[in-house]
Each structure stands twice: as C-alpha cells, then as structure tokens.
Design a protein around this ligand. Structure first.
Ligand SMILES: Cc1cc2nc3c(=O)[nH]c(=O)nc-3n(C[C@H](O)[C@H](O)[C@H](O)COP(=O)(O)OP(=O)(O)OC[C@H]3O[C@@H](n4cnc5c(N)ncnc54)[C@H](O)[C@@H]3O)c2cc1C
Length: 385
C-alpha cells in the first residue's frame, strides 16, 4: 500500500506518478546539495530551471496553455514531496505557482501568449509574487506602492519586501494602489526583470529557507503598458487575496513535508542511538513522543487533503484552507522541535539535518498569513461574519 492510501482519499494513477517523480527528483537532485546551499545561501537556479522544464513552476496551467494541468491534490502532494528534501526550493515553487495561477486565471489572450505559456513551458524559470512591503504584511490593504496613469499605461513607484525568489526571477506579479481610481482601488501588474526603474534590493539574510532568494524590490517610475495590467483595474487586492486562500493548502503541504522529514530523522536516530544500555526508542518517553508526532502529523495531512479535495470540486474555500495551514504549520513547529530533542546535543549541531529543518520550519507560522491571521479567518467562518 502506498503511504498516501492510509488517508482514504481517492488518488489517481496520474497523481501517484507525479508524486513519485517529485520524490525521486527531491531525493536525487535536491537533498544532496541542500545543506551546502543552506550554508552558502546559493540560489539553486539550475535546479529551479530543471523543475520548471518539468512544469513544476506553473503546475495548474491548463494543457491549452501548454501547462501540465495538475489538480490541487497533485499540486499539494508535489510540494510535500519537494519540501521533504529542500524547503527553500519548495517555497520558490509555491510563490511561482501562486503568481502563475493569478496569470492563468486573469490573463487576456495576448497575456497568455506572452506570459502564461512561456511560464508553463518552463522557459522563464520561477515567477515571483510581490505584495508585501516594509510597512504592510498582514494588512495588505496598507501597501503604499502606487500605479498612476501615464504615457498611455501605468507608472509604478514603491518598494516591496520579503519577495520569495526575487533574486533570480524573470517575471513578477506586483500589486499597487491606484490613486487615480480611488482610495480602495488596487492593480495587479506583470513586470519583467530588466524593466527600466525596476531593481533588486537587499537579499535577506534569513534564519532558514536560506537559499530561496528572498529580496526587496525597488520601483522608480517604472512605465508599464496597459497590456501589463492583469485583470480589471481596481481589483488587484481581490485578485491577490483570492489566490492566497487556495495557496495556503500548498504551505500546509510544505509544512507537512518538513515535518515528515524531521519525523523520519528523529525516529531513525532514536532507533540507532543508545543510552543506559538500550536504544533511545525503547524509552517510553521517546515512544510517546513519536506516537504523538505521528498522530498530529496525520491530523495535519487530513486537513490538507480535505482542502485540496474541496478545491478540486470547485469549492471556494476560506476557513478550510486556513485550518489546513494553521494545523500543519503549528504541527510542523512542534514535530521538528520534538525530533530535535530526540537527537540530544547532536540536534544542536549544524552537522545534523534536523538543525536546518528547525530553522526552516519557523517561518511556516508566519508567511501566507500568520497563525493569528488564520485564526481570524477561521473565526469569521465560525461566527458567520
Ligand atoms: C521567508 C519569507 C518569505 C516571504 N515571501 C513572500 C512573497 O513571496 N511575497 C510576498 O508578498 N510576501 C512574502 N512574505 C511576507 C509574509 O507574507 C509576511 O511577512 C506575513 O504576511 C506577515 O506580515 P508582516 O511580516 O508584515 O507581519 P505583521 O503584519 O507586521 O505582523 C506582526 C505581528 O502582528 C500580528 N498581527 C497582525 N495583524 C493581526 C491581526 N489582525 N490579529 C492578530 N494579530 C495580528 C501577526 O500575527 C504578527 O504576530 C514572506 C515572508 C517571509 C519571512
């Protein structure tokens, strides 16, 4: 029995094959260099291009857009498989797929030809999603970047922060206020790297996910033609938030991938390490720690799979996506911590993989909506407000 069958969800042969391919890629191509990239902060550009060529940077793009047309279940399982081996690569995939999903959903025929199809064919590597700014994260409506009318198109000014993959991306979805259209009007734009006035800022020196190329972006009088506006003028924030909700299933998957790897490492270590004349795994405490970790991991899996299945049925989920993200990210933090504890002092050494997982895990509770923001979303559903 495939380990995924324990959950009782119907998984197609196509999805199983995709999951197996991603597991293989992770184990053979990503895992061997993950510690080195963590140490050097090197962005895995060639590996990202390889994944892009497999369709992994725009997985849900439809076959008529030259994409693999993967469903939400397949996408979640692919992210989980990659995150087991390199969570930095997994987050670059999530950000790219988020940007690509926005383009695929809202692009005109001309934009499909220029952006969606090349992305789906893997010709432009990973895309970036640029919403957050130094003064606006959870409160996305507080962004200050502006897009004003000019030269028959739009002129962008502002700064973005914490943009995954930005250090290497060639295509960005950028969100800005549209003061010409009113206080509550926002726009979504597609910006190509190298556009005049659009420059890369500081690459963040992060605690974890160190090779994901997270950077600032500066925009100084960036002139864009009307043809680079995605969707309706004024609807940019709605476009961003509408895409982030389903993407939370992918962050749940990433969290589960990290926690699964940690669980594997913790269990193996406890079986091999001896203390007081017996394997650590023989102590009742270690057995209970492993039992609790397995139980909470399975709970997180079930919420994640439920979210993916509901999305595949065409349901617009909100609270269910937040529950999946909240449960998986909090579980990830607890499981990685418990598995590090089973490693004793060695868990605190950079020589052991669990130390990297501990640092990578922390941001799961922060990005794509903090745990507090997820609770707010769930509470709104619970209270019907
Ligand atoms: C590694 C990394 C990668 C990222 N990648 C991207 C990316 O690719 N694109 C992008 O646009 N952004 C990205 N982000 C930004 C990320 O989404 C934000 O950091 C996150 O949404 C939190 O926003 P903030 O950092 O401004 O924190 P703040 O919003 O300032 O939050 C500070 C604290 O206040 C709490 N808080 C805020 N509002 C509420 C509330 N209503 N109720 C209760 N508590 C509240 C928060 O939970 C948190 O504890 C990334 C961030 C990191 C760290």
């Amino acid at each position: 029995m495939d380990e995924i069958d324990r959950f009782g969800f119907a998984i197609s042969d196509e999805t199983r094959a995709l999951r197996a391919a991603m597991m293989r890629f992770g184990e053979t191509r990503l895992l061997p260099g993950a510690a080195e990239r963590d140490a050097t902060k090197a962005f895995p550009a060639a590996l990202i291009d390889e994944l892009a060529a497999l369709g992994a940077m725009a997985m849900k793009a439809a076959p008529e857009d030259d994409g693999p047309g993967v469903d939400n279940m397949g996408y979640a399982l692919a992210i989980e498989a990659i995150a087991r081996c390199d969570a930095s690569v997994a987050v670059v995939m999530v950000a790219s797929n988020l940007a690509a999903a926005i383009l695929a959903r809202h692009a005109t025929e001309d934009q499909r030809r220029r952006f969606v199809r090349p992305a789906a064919r893997g010709e432009i590597g990973a895309l970036s999603f640029a919403l957050t700014e130094p003064g606006a994260g959870s409160d996305a409506a507080a962004i200050r970047t502006t897009a004003r009318r000019g030269d028959g198109g739009w002129v962008l000014n502002g700064t973005k922060q914490w943009i995954t993959g930005a250090a290497n991306a060639r295509l960005f979805t950028v969100f800005a206020r549209m003061p010409d259209l009113g206080e509550a009007a926002f726009g979504c734009f597609v910006v190509e790297a190298g556009t005049d006035g659009f420059s890369l800022g500081r690459v963040e020196d992060k605690m974890g996910l160190r090779s994901s190329g997270t950077a600032m972006l500066h925009m100084e009088d960036v002139h864009l033609p009307e043809a680079n506006l995605i969707g309706e003028a004024g609807q940019g924030l709605r476009i961003a938030l509408g895409a982030i909700a389903p993407s939370r299933i992918a962050i749940a998957a990433q969290s589960i991938g990290i926690a699964e790897r940690a669980f594997h490492l913790g269990r193996t270590y406890a079986q091999e390490r001896h203390a007081f004349g017996q394997p650590v795994a023989a102590f009742q405490n270690a057995r209970f720690v492993l039992a609790d970790a397995r139980t909470s991991l399975d709970q997180a899996w079930l919420l994640m799979l439920r979210g993916a299945a509901l999305l595949d049925r065409g349901m617009a989920i909100r609270g269910e996506a937040s529950m999946a993200k909240l449960a998986a990210s909090e579980t990830c933090g607890r499981v990685v911590d418990a598995m590090l504890q089973l490693h004793g002092g060695n868990g605190y050494s950079r020589e052991y993989e669990i130390e990297r997982l501990y640092r990578d895990a922390r941001v799961m509770r922060i990005y794509e909506g903090t745990s507090e923001v997820q609770r707010e979303v769930i509470a709104r559903d619970v209270l019907g407000v």
